[in-house]
Design a protein around this ligand. Sequence first.
Ligand SMILES: [Zn+2]
Length: 92
Amino acid sequence: MIKCSPVMRICISCRKAYDRKNLLKITKDHKQGIMIQKGMGRSAYICKSKECYSDSKIKKKLQKALKTFLEPEFIDIFEKEIASYNDYDYPN
Ligand SMILES: [Zn+2]
């Protein structure tokens, strides 16, 4: 029997597994550089809980996960993106 289960990914901050749909995906695209929620290439996932996305070490963790240096411009975009989430409540 084929079961349709959600694709689980691990948050780089809290290391918990979540449905990919509920995570913020940051991708180092081969051609276009760092992208949020799109692009092809090495990706890192961050859950939408405040402790994770507002973690002071999140930039370092992202850089390590993506093996790249994140430009301050990206951090601005990233912060705007996460500001739109507020504190997401995961249904458990
Ligand atoms: Zn997390």
